[in-house]
Design a protein around this ligand. Structure first.
Ligand code: GLC
Length: 551
């Protein structure tokens, strides 16, 4: 089980309003108390922070706001002393434009670092259209007058794409990986890894890709060659874990990345769940609450489970630093339902056949802050798109209403530790506003309240650890078309457990599978048993894991 820590927002130790490494180290007993095995931290390398650390200017140094290398070593040691592993974010599709390589690369056309990046000389005419995810003007090519050429940046103009065609660049990346592994880190989460290989002739974008450029940017022609090389040169030489950010990876080619005999990665995140639920198709900057079908969601989970039934291994998450809060999106964050629906969603995460990722703050049921003023936003994606709309005369109110539901900043507000000033996160001015619900939603209150989400999550984690059937057991979906209840079984060595989850304020009902009767309830988020003979009658957002007995 992995716990994701967003360092900028976890805990500030030096009162500059930004979370830091010492802050994380000060909370290691809390992290251990959850019962997780691994911590993943978002980038803490030196960075001008155009994209909160995903723009790295020195891969072997720590960002000054986060502390020093000694602080990093202390964090790693503290985790290891507690039996917890640490995985780092590896961001090597692009660097910062302030990285020495780019400074060199842009300085002249014959600089030895020129080919570390993708350049399009002006005499070839305008570069073929490529869209940027973050750029205010929309284009992923940026003109640089020093050498009269455009450089490629899929993300912001301060995040030039690295050129993986160049073997020198690849060797640099492998050396960076070895630097951290030799320090003792236990693996990597590989940022936008399917994007590293590109067709460097840059053919025109085919019409059928429409706005879905992830599908086109991912999985370039030499991707698997590079991943195998990375495995051979680095990964295979260490005892470690890898998880790729698998944007654009589909069920059809999933195993190419993670089947054991391919010798590439171990796991990746698939984005079908978070990209589809509550989002406008083809444009994830907008929400669409009508696009929330539980049968469709079940279909996605079930399809992905079957991909890894005999080979490879999956992951499951509902929140991270690029998503709005899990309870606000998939549950119900209004006061009567926040706790119960948070618990229900954790029950899903911890009963699937895949490695569960818990995002910091979800374990206390943190909810969307829903900014209404553009001035409160810190995420360049929201700000740049807003500026673009403003220039083009687009509908700013509609955009802000959508961002209140789906912006990444919803998931980035500071961790709520106590009911004190600034939620106990910092003694300085926080870098982003704190959700005012911290007075009731905070770790200290959750520790005192035995019915809190936090206590329930700890129990769930203990349950999963004590029940191999929840980790390895075969998964079978029940009652597929039921619009209110997600129900499935997990079976291993003659034992079968049933998981039933109400995704509805109306509760819901479902039947036990034929040939079984209900046995013991292993965990539930509500006191009352839902079992009525062969039926389960669930209260709003009720979750239950029960033993099934053969009749
Ligand atoms: C990944 C990260 C995201 C970042 C982007 C560019 O999607 O998760 O936070 O903005 O890559 O590095």
């Amino acid at each position: 089980m992995v716990y994701q820590v967003y360092p900028r927002s976890f805990k500030d130790s030096d009162s500059n309003g930004v979370g830091d490494l010492r802050g994380i180290t000060s909370q290691l007993d809390y992290i251990r108390s959850l019962g997780v095995d691994v911590v993943w931290i978002n980038p803490v390398y030196r960075s001008p922070n155009d994209d909160n650390g995903y723009d790295i200017s020195d891969y072997r140094a720590i960002m000054s706001e986060m502390g020093s290398m000694a602080d990093f070593d202390a964090l790693l040691q503290g985790l290891h002393q507690r039996g917890i592993k640490l995985i780092m974010d590896l961001v090597v599709n692009h660097s910062s434009d302030e990285h020495r390589w780019f400074q060199q690369s842009r300085s002249s056309r014959d600089n030895p670092y020129r080919d570390y990046y993708h350049w399009w000389p002006v005499e070839r005419g305008p570069p073929p259209k490529r869209w940027s995810f973050f750029d205010e003007e929309g284009s992923a090519w940026r003109y640089d007058s020093t050498t009269r050429a455009y450089y490629l940046h899929y993300f912001s103009r301060k995040q030039p794409d690295l050129n993986w065609e160049n073997p020198r660049l690849r060797r640099e990346v492998y050396a960076i990986m070895r630097f951290w592994l030799d320090k003792g880190v236990d693996g990597f989460r590989l940022d936008v890894i399917p994007f590293i290989s590109k067709d460097t002739t840059f053919p025109p974008l085919p019409d059928e890709y429409g706005g879905d450029y992830v599908a086109y940017y991912a999985k370039g022609p030499r991707l698997h060659q590079y991943l195998r090389e990375m495995n051979r040169e680095v990964l295979s030489k260490y005892d470690l874990m890898t998880v790729g950010e698998g944007g654009g990876v589909s069920v059809d080619d999933a195993l190419k990345f993670v089947a054991e005999d391919r010798q590439e990665l171990q796991t990746f995140f698939q984005f079908e769940v978070v990209d589809r639920w509550g989002r406008r198709p083809g444009n994830f900057l907008y929400s669409d609450s009508s696009n929330r079908s539980l049968p469709a969601l079940k279909g996605i989970f079930t399809k992905w489970d079957s991909v890894f039934a005999t080979s490879g291994w999956g992951t499951v998450f509902l929140g991270n630093h690029d998503q709005s809060r899990m309870v606000s999106r998939y549950g119900n964050d209004t006061p009567p339902y926040r706790k119960v629906s948070s618990k229900m969603l954790h029950t899903l995460l911890l009963t699937m056949r895949a490695t569960p990722y818990i995002y910091n703050g979800d374990e206390i049921g943190m909810a969307n802050i829903r900014f209404t003023d553009i001035g409160d936003y810190r995420d360049l994606m929201t700000i740049n798109y807003y500026n673009r709309l403003e220039r083009e005369g687009g509908d700013l109110q509609e955009f802000l209403a959508a961002q209140a539901e789906v912006s990444r900043d919803n998931g980035r507000t500071p961790m709520q530790w106590t009911a004190d000033t600034n939620a106990g996160f910092t003694r300085g001015p926080p870098w982003i506003r704190i959700n005012p619900d911290y007075r009731t939603v905070n770790v200290a209150a959750a520790e005192r309240d035995t019915s809190s989400v936090l206590h329930y999550v700890r129990r769930l984690i203990r349950l999963r650890k004590s029940e191999p059937v929840l980790v390895y057991g075969r998964y079978r979906l029940l009652d597929q078309g039921n619009p209110e209840v997600f129900a499935f079984t997990r079976s291993l060595s003659g034992r079968t457990l049933m998981v039933a989850l109400s995704f509805s304020q109306a509760g819901g009902r479902t039947g036990l599978p034929a040939g079984y009767s209900a046995g013991k309830i292993l965990i539930s988020n509500l006191g009352r048993s839902p079992v009525r003979g062969a039926q389960l009658v669930l209260q709003p957002y009720q979750a239950v894991v029960l033993e099934l007995k053969r009749k």
